[in-house]
Ligand binder design. Structure first.
Ligand SMILES: Nc1nc2c(ncn2[C@@H]2O[C@H](COP(=O)(O)OP(=O)(O)OP(=O)(O)O)[C@@H](O)[C@H]2O)c(=O)[nH]1
Length: 400
């Protein structure tokens, strides 16, 4: 029954700005319809207050008509106003008809949440102010009569019913607010992921690499003693401000994207460890692959190569696509000697693998971080080494 009440409008998908307003309209109409039905029955059968039963019966009819019209037409703005006016006027009619006695004034507290949620801040404020002015007037008139406050069963019902309605409304509001924030937070993560990820390979992109390198190397400026010793810099543990910032948000999930190409999982960036070496990896004669087999095959080669390289990374290494057919790998806690050994192993591994049924080789330029280096100078040196590797005939590792 409840499911039937909540109609899905294809023109208002979950990311449409009016999606939650529609849910609230349906929710409100469900509440008002049930309330008016219950109140009609209570007034008719228990209190024998036919005047109020008639009023509630009218409310029930109006509520159902608005709901029927909304289901047919799906007009959000008009229905929002209709629901607000219906609720506000019926409540005020009831409050005025009881002259504010029997704690009927409580009902007026339902008007602000409905009107704010449905018709927005400005009109919500206007309607709420009008409502409370009428309530204030009724209270003032009561003080003129100086009658003792009457607290009967009717008062009890009014207080309980209003409290239940408030709880239901605020629960709904909190649910929508939470869901909106959650969606926003997920979007932000997605956007951040997109901004720092290479779409084709799923690796970090150049922008992210620059940021990571800058952060890693800038931390070294006032701590030159630890460099080249091979020891782990004690400042860079997991609680270190900078490494924590770098580690944050570094996990990219395994999910495939729409074209099914990028899906490599990246590990969190590790705490900084010295010495650091860097290598630039470049595919040899990649242009020929594009020329002979087309760019789509070229793309697949890039993706597969990225996967193979990633599979050979140690837990602390960081691999990124630098652009085109070039990749950069940051090797923490690795001196030049170890870096040469490691990149040589990488080169051999790729040379023995078949990628898209093709034999492929890579050239690598390797260098080690030195005092006074910044990200730019470090990469420039590695690039020079790569140039040497290319001029030495490719499929080799060169050092600078
Ligand atoms: N398919 C594909 N090709 C790319 C992409 N980015 C760059 N390229 C191509 O990569 C090729 C790079 O060519 P070159 O710089 O001449 O390098 P190379 O042919 O590998 O030659 P060497 O590096 O000197 O061994 C160019 O043809 C680019 O169009 C990409 O994302 N996808």
């Amino acid at each position: 029954m409840i499911r039937f009440w909540y109609k899905q409008f294809p023109q208002y998908p979950p990311d449409h700005p009016d999606y939650w307003r529609i849910r609230l309209i349906e929710h409100s109409l469900l509440i008002t319809t049930s309330y008016f039905l219950i109140l009609t029955l209570i007034n008719l059968l228990y209190f024998e207050g036919y005047q109020y039963a008639l009023l509630d019966g009218c409310g029930l009819l109006i509520s159902l008509s608005i709901y029927y019209h909304f289901r047919k037409k799906g007009q959000v703005k008009t229905t929002s106003w209709a629901v607000t006016i219906m609720i506000a006027s019926l409540i005020m009619l009831f409050v005025i008809s009881t002259e504010g006695y029997s704690h009927s004034l409580f009902w007026a507290t339902l008007i602000p949440p409905f009107s704010f949620f449905l018709i927005g801040r400005t009109w919500g404020t206007v309607i709420s102010c009008l409502t409370f002015s009428v309530c204030a007037l009724l209270v003032y008139l009561q003080t003129q009569h100086l009658e003792p406050v009457n607290f009967g069963t009717g008062s009890l019902f009014n207080v309980i019913e209003v409290c239940i309605a408030q709880i239901l409304l605020l629960r709904f509001y909190e649910k929508t607010r939470f869901s909106a924030y959650k969606k926003l937070a997920l979007r932000n993560i997605e956007i951040q992921k997109m901004a720092e990820t290479d779409k084709l390979t799923g690796l970090y992109n150049r922008e992210k690499l620059d940021v990571v390198l800058d952060k890693l190397l800038n931390t070294h400026g006032d701590n030159t003693g630890a460099i080249n010793t091979g020891a782990i810099n004690p400042r860079f543990n997991t609680t270190d401000k900078i490494s924590a910032a770098v580690t944050h948000q570094a996990i990219i999930d395994n999910s495939k994207d729409n074209n099914g190409i990028s899906s490599i999982a990246l590990k969190p960036i590790p705490p900084v460890q010295y010495p650091i070496s860097v290598a630039i990896i470049d595919i040899d004669y990649f242009k020929r692959i594009n020329d002979n087999h087309g760019h789509l095959v070229g793309d697949k080669v890039l993706y597969e190569l990225a996967q193979l390289l990633q599979s050979k990374m140690r837990s602390d290494d960081l691999l990124a696509r630098w652009g085109g057919e070039e990749f950069v790998v940051i090797l923490p806690n690795t001196n030049l000697e170890n870096a040469i050994e490691l990149t040589e192993r990488l080169r051999l591994y790729i040379a023995t693998e078949n990628i898209q049924d093709m034999a492929l080789t890579i050239s690598l330029g390797v260098t080690q971080y030195a005092i006074k280096d910044n990200a730019h100078s470090l990469l420039e040196r590695a690039d020079k080494a790569l140039y040497q590797a290319k001029s030495q005939g490719r499929n080799c590792v060169a050092v600078a």
